[in-house]
Design a protein around this ligand. Structure first.
Ligand code: HEM
Length: 508
């Protein structure tokens, strides 16, 4: 019997059947659908083995230069269409956002590591709709009165930390960003070395590495996750399950801390207690609630931190925009450090608003996300099947001179136009369409306040012999400074202003 099963004629027959089956499926697919130019790959894996790790951003840019506004990659069993212009991203992800709304099936990143509970990775299901609504309620412009005082407080603390410990500027950026969102959500401020924030961000960084296109075999071939194998035969679950447990434990710590403060009468009003009090989370089990709170904290902390790092690099490398912005700040707040800029000064400080947008465009460090199409669609002669994943080539677009004049230059004036007060217009840094970042308002308000205050009070310059890396994304690690920079107070009057107005905001 065994001999018959493995006899050469039977084996060759099976191989032949397999080839015929796939040839028919391939032909049917290509008769029905038409995708943008496909990057040549290999059978079965497609382009999976070609994706360059470490400098994927550069690889995608090179492909864009070769293939034009759109190209297709086949990563395992799935097609990815990469959009290389704001025009195509706006047309598809933006204007047709209702059908470019889902996330691709990621058994490893979304299900195993995140338990199918992380808003960022949720497909277009009921949980997504509920969580997205809660995120809007907590972070939208209607909540300005809640977070504006916290942004004021934390940015004063930021100035004080810059003054007292300029060498820890990058930690001060991280603390500001996480403290605003921890305060909004959980009613607590974070420290310069905050153990739980650090743990949350470390695990998140690991998850992000794993979900990068082509980084793990199960997300590339999702059927593998459905094969009924014991856990010891699914090596991806050995690390995946551990990461899920770590993530949940880190998020749970924030909720435990909140409960403890409330028990001890030390709780302050915050979005999570309010949500629980009003039962707005009805429909979320305990772990999903933990994931919602934890994900918002994680997503809000890192992004603002990275933009502030870009500002420090750009201020040291391009003193011309700093000088023009400081002139505007001096006109509004006084040239002898009369008072700190506030959110109410925004209409008089267009250059600061423009710099906030430019900090997201210039030298972008954050990876883009995939949007999965939920029904077949046609566009400019192409016919896309449902399930195709679309992403925007963030680095390629931001550094393309056809999109942005002198792209390597930090030049806020490029955003002085009718969209100045729309932080997500004219750039893709907040994403697009129905997955547009729900934290765009909090994020851009934070950037406005911190940029105006930092530039009003401090000068930045490069450290001789320690060039700031440009032409590649800055390091996202929090283990050390992503580059070296000199930070100096602008004058004794500015120092006096910070001591007077900010020392009480600083955490001792
Ligand atoms: C400078 C600040 C920020 C930048 C540049 C940024 C950027 C992004 C980007 C690129 C996405 C993916 C969008 C897409 O798939 O189309 C995103 C999603 C998200 N962001 Fe932000 N973000 C920022 C601030 C924040 C803040 C302050 C919060 C929350 C407190 C936040 C929470 C989220 C969440 C929950 C998602 C997932 C939304 C979904 O998948 O539906 N972000 N953000």
């Amino acid at each position: 019997m065994m001999e018959l099963m493995f006899s050469p004629p039977l084996l060759s027959g099976l191989v032949l059947l397999y080839i015929i089956y796939h040839t028919i499926r391939y032909t049917q697919f290509h008769i029905k659908y038409r995708l943008p130019p496909q990057v040549p790959g290999v059978p079965v894996f497609g382009n999976l083995l070609q994706i360059r790790r470490g400098d994927t951003w550069l690889y995608l840019k090179e492909l864009a230069q070769k293939h034009g506004e759109m190209f297709t990659l086949k990563l395992g069993s799935r097609y990815w269409v990469v959009l290389n212009s704001q025009r195509t991203a706006e047309e598809l992800l933006g204007k047709r956002g209702a059908i470019y709304i889902s996330r691709q099936n990621m058994p490893m990143g979304a299900d195993i590591m995140s338990g199918g509970k992380k808003l960022l990775f949720l497909p277009n299901n009921d949980l997504f709709k509920l969580e997205r609504k809660i995120a809007h309620d907590v972070l939208g412009p209607s909540q300005k009165k809640v977070f504006a005082p916290l942004q004021d407080l934390e940015s004063r603390a930021l100035l004080y930390e810059y003054l007292e410990r300029p060498q820890d500027w990058y930690l001060a950026h991280a603390r500001y960003s996480s403290s605003v969102i921890a305060n909004v959500l959980f009613g607590r401020r974070t420290k310069l070395y905050d153990e739980n924030v650090r743990n949350i961000l470390e695990v998140a960084e690991r998850v992000f590495e794993v979900i990068q296109p082509g980084s793990n075999v199960v997300d590339a071939f999702p059927f593998l996750a459905r094969v009924p194998l014991p856990k010891w035969m699914q090596p991806w679950r050995w690390t995946g399950d551990r990461i899920y447990e770590q993530t949940l434990a880190n998020y749970a710590k924030e909720f435990d801390g909140l409960e403890e403060r409330e028990r001890n009468g030390k709780g302050t009003p915050c979005a999570i207690s309010e949500m629980i009090r009003l039962n707005k989370h009805k429909g979320l089990d305990r772990d999903s609630l933990y994931f919602l709170g934890g994900t918002l904290m994680e997503a809000g902390s890192d992004t603002t931190r990275v933009s502030l790092n870009q500002i420090a690099a750009a201020a040291a490398l391009f003193p011309d925009w700093v000088k023009r912005t400081q002139e505007q700040l001096d006109e509004v707040c006084g040239s002898n450090a009369e008072r700190l800029p506030t959110a109410a000064d925004a209409p008089q400080l267009p250059l600061v608003k423009a710099a906030a947008k430019e900090s997201i465009r210039w030298n972008p460090a954050l990876p883009e996300m995939g949007h999965s199409l939920i029904q077949d669609d046609t566009f400019e002669g192409y016919h896309f099947p449902a399930g195709t994943v679309f992403t925007w080539n963030n680095w390629g677009i931001c550094t393309d001179p056809n999109e942005y004049k002198d792209p390597e230059r930090f030049w806020p004036e490029r955003f002085l136009n009718e969209d100045l007060d729309k932080p997500f217009k004219g750039l893709l840094g907040f994403g697009a369409g129905r997955r547009l970042c729900p934290g765009w308002f909090v994020g851009s308000q934070s950037l406005f306040l911190t940029i105006s205050r930092l530039l009003y009070c401090f000068e930045f310059s490069a450290v001789p012999g320690k060039p700031i890396p440009v032409g590649k994304p800055l390091s996202l690690s929090v283990d050390g400074p992503p580059f070296e920079v000199n930070i100096k107070i602008r004058s004794p009057a500015h120092e006096e202003l910070i001591r007077r107005e900010c020392s009480s905001a600083a955490l001792t």
